[in-house]
Ligand binder design. Structure first.
Ligand code: HPA
Length: 283
């Protein structure tokens, strides 16, 4: 495990105050960029950024394709904060460390979150280059960020997850995708620990259990944010067919390359979606 001390509420408060002092106003949306999607932060107008290293208590990511930067600025006229540099359990981080950056944004007043990630496609329509809007998830990570000593300021531990992924935000994402002809579907995300890819037998089992796509991230952040009552939308870029569904071996390089290829379309989708999310919040 990296660093022994738990990242608790006091640490998050310090980091949140540090960021809030630099922001002109509170960002309306927090966006988490997944593997290979880091370049999307270049989209911001009036851009500012700061390394995770400079922020009190922020863990420093190590995975290829994740640099560790908080960006803020205007996305199509909307003040947003972007987390580039996701932390994964497979790197040896604990759940409290993985969820820390989104908890800090939430603590600093951010109310809506768009989480992005790269996934392997299991469902028939989950082909490389398409996108999945999370409708639900299966947590097979063997960990839960809400387990452990209770911290009531981070919300109830027995969190209802019957609508983990906000139905209103999902509808907005579907509408924007239809308008832009972005190829997407709604489906169930199976979250595994990694870092090895799955075996073909595991993919057959996941499909049988109702999974449409598989990945190694996002769920810890979703659990932390839902406990805090934040609205969450999760969008995945399908970078590959999952193990056993194609005859080629999977590589991390291919996943990153495919995600980078999708980043432009995902950016266009968010151009439409980001203002709609804010409008829907003020109705
Ligand atoms: N499996 C798990 N995680 C992934 C995959 C996959 O096939 N592709 C991208 N992230």
């Amino acid at each position: 495990m990296r660093s022994s001390s738990t990242l608790g509420f006091a640490e998050a408060e310090k980091a949140a105050r540090f960021l809030a002092r630099r922001w002109k106003g509170t960002p309306r949306i927090g966006i988490v960029l997944g593997s290979g999607l880091g370049g999307m932060a270049e989209q911001l107008a009036e851009p500012h950024r700061i390394s995770y290293r400079a922020i009190p208590h922020f863990p420093i990511p190590t995975a290829a394709g994740h640099t560790g930067m908080v960006h803020w600025g205007q996305w199509n006229g909307v003040p947003v904060a972007i987390l580039e540099g996701r932390l994964h359990l497979y790197e040896g981080w604990r759940p409290d460390q993985v969820a820390f950056p989104v908890r800090v944004l939430a603590q600093a007043g951010v109310r809506h979150f768009v989480l992005t990630c790269a996934v392997g496609g299991i469902a028939r329509q989950a082909v490389p280059g398409s996108f999945m809007i999370f409708s639900d998830h299966l947590n097979f990570q063997g960990a839960n960020v809400l387990a452990g000593v209770e911290e009531v300021r981070w919300g109830p531990r027995f969190v209802d997850l019957s609508e983990a992924y906000d139905p209103g935000l999902r509808a907005l994402a579907r509408q924007a995708a239809r308008r832009l002809k972005v190829r997407c579907f709604e489906g169930v995300y199976a979250c595994v620990l990694g870092p090895s890819y799955e075996t073909p037998a595991e993919i057959r089992a996941l499909r049988w259990l109702g999974a449409d796509a598989v990945g190694m991230s996002t769920v810890p952040e979703v659990l932390a944010l839902r406990a805090l009552g934040r609205r969450v939308l999760a969008l995945a870029t399908i970078t590959n067919r999952a193990a056993g569904l194609v005859m080629r071996p999977l590589t991390h390089e291919e996943v990153i390359r495919r995600a980078r290829e999708s980043a432009r379309r995902l950016t266009g989708w968010l151009d439409v979606l980001v203002p709609r999310i804010v409008e829907s919040a003020s109705r």
